[in-house]
Design a protein. Structure first.
Length: 249
């Protein structure tokens, strides 16, 4: 009776437990629109990089307080003209405004070349090269160069304590048959697990380039990072693959 009562207690406790895993696909365009978790970690890394570069004492944006400036953005292998680069450009404009600068809007990007190469298609963009009215001529250019920005992947192998303990115990209990129980359990279940980490990394360099006399040039650098760890052994957290339950008829 005591055993039965214990079993029912475990069932009752387990019935009140639940776990949730958020979907984080490894491939960026597994679903459209893109998964918010991917956007979140890249945005966090970009924000951190911009804050670090804007607050760099070597750049000292506050020295340009009251002056006008326009942001230009470029990058090495940029994703597109409307993804990471535009986001960083807007973040830099915000930092300039907080430093007391008058921000002159950037001209819309124009397509220079469209290289269609399947999944590696890239768009090269440039600002409008037309003459501008005097009141729109900035005192300095603030060039945000994105050295790198995106998500890297890291696979880590580790020993699962519960599986290792179960393998050892089964081996001990089945010693009369050469520890067959432990060997079979270890072969089927394995004693190691894997964590898969998505690491968002962004690095930018801000260059203040005066367009009028009397202003000093400045350079600031900043890096940002954010990550998500996918662990199949955890009942909660993140998963890179999901199973959609079928509707029962």
């Amino acid at each position: 009776m005591k055993l039965a009562g214990s079993v029912w207690l475990l069932v009752a406790v387990g019935a009140g437990c639940s776990s949730v895993k958020e979907y984080v696909p490894v491939r960026f365009q597994t679903a459209a629109p893109r998964i918010p978790n991917q956007q979140r970690i890249v945005a966090q890394a970009a924000d951190e990089a911009v804050r670090a570069a804007a607050s760099d004492a070597t750049l000292n944006l506050s020295q340009y307080s009251g002056r006008s400036g326009r942001v230009e953005v470029n990058g090495v292998f940029p994703q597109s003209d409307s993804d990471l680069l535009d986001y960083i450009g807007s973040a830099v404009e915000g930092s300039m405004a907080l430093a007391g600068m008058r921000v002159i809007a950037r001209p819309p990007a124009i397509r220079v070349r469209n290289d269609s190469g399947g999944s590696t298609a890239q768009v090269v963009v440039s600002g409008t090269p037309l003459p501008e009215p005097p009141d729109q001529a900035p005192d300095l250019r603030v060039v945000a160069s994105v050295s790198w920005g995106g998500i890297d992947f890291e696979d880590h192998k580790y020993v699962v304590g519960g599986r290792l303990a179960a393998t050892i115990l089964l081996t001990i209990f089945t010693l009369p048959v050469a520890g067959l129980g432990g060997l079979l359990y270890g072969a089927i279940k394995g004693v190691t697990g894997h964590t898969f980490t998505l690491k968002a990394r962004v690095r930018i360099t801000l260059r203040a380039i005066p367009a009028v006399a009397g202003l000093r040039a400045g350079v600031g650098q900043g890096e940002g990072s954010s990550q998500i760890v996918i662990d199949a052994e955890s009942a909660s957290g993140y998963a890179h693959a999901i199973t959609i339950p079928e509707k029962k008829e």
